[in-house]
Design a binder for this molecule. Structure first.
Ligand code: ATP
Ligand code: MG
Length: 186
């Protein structure tokens, strides 16, 4: 008889779609999500990453995704960093567009993994209601894996998730005045 500490056994043939959160102030939230995407593509899965902040300027991951097409799709739907915004209504509309694109991808059955990159910023700025995100997570296709990234993940999101990793900054080159570098930051 398994005791109360024994983790439930998963039948190897049945996938449990996980809710994974990457949060914290240290570097690695988006890149860890890309690492999982790379792993998933290796199994022939289809992966969709929607990006709430990154826009249409050259990012290494965008060009890498083209090489991993059609398995990997990265959809940059942002326009930069929201704290510089002159137009919060527009940013809110962009965040909604990004959210709805990701949700429809998630519900389409086309993907095994969907990544909402920097969604926590959209939540923190009130561009997206947390309840809507939680409702989606409750009703998502069972076998679909979802990753949500960004600093300051709300407690309710952490509670709803299966796997949560907090990247903690021990050091960052930025503090020495090193600017964002190609291949490392973008
Ligand atoms: P990465 O995309 O490198 O995995 P991230 O997703 O964890 O980073 P974000 O909060 O999305 O980090 O940060 C956006 C940008 O800021 C990235 O270019 C990232 O490398 C950089 N960055 C991340 N953490 C720090 C930090 N502690 N100090 C300064 N810059 C950081
Ligand atoms: Mg990031």
């Amino acid at each position: 008889m398994p005791g109360p500490q024994t983790p439930p056994r998963l039948d190897g043939s049945r996938r449990k779609g996980l809710i994974i959160v990457h949060t914290g102030n240290g570097k690695g939230k988006t890149t860890a999500a890309l690492g999982l995407a790379l792993r998933a593509v290796g199994h022939g899965w289809r992966v969709l990453m929607v990006q709430f902040i990154k826009g249409n300027w050259p990012y290494g991951e965008m060009d890498a995704a083209k090489r991993l097409a059609p398995e990997l799709t990265i959809k940059p739907m942002g326009e930069g960093f929201t704290w510089d915004t002159k137009n919060p209504e527009r940013d809110a509309a962009k965040a909604r567009e990004c959210w709805e694109f990701g949700v429809s991808g998630a519900r389409s059955g086309e993907y095994q993994l969907v990544i909402f990159d920097e969604i926590n910023y959209a939540l923190a700025y009130g561009y997206l209601p947390l309840d809507e995100v939680l409702a989606f997570l409750k009703t998502k296709p069972e076998s679909l894996h979802v990753i949500l990234t960004g600093r300051d993940a709300p407690k309710e999101l952490i509670d709803a998730a299966d796997t949560v990793t907090e990247m903690r900054e021990v050091k960052h080159a930025f503090a020495q005045g090193v600017k964002a570098q190609k291949g490392i930051e973008f």
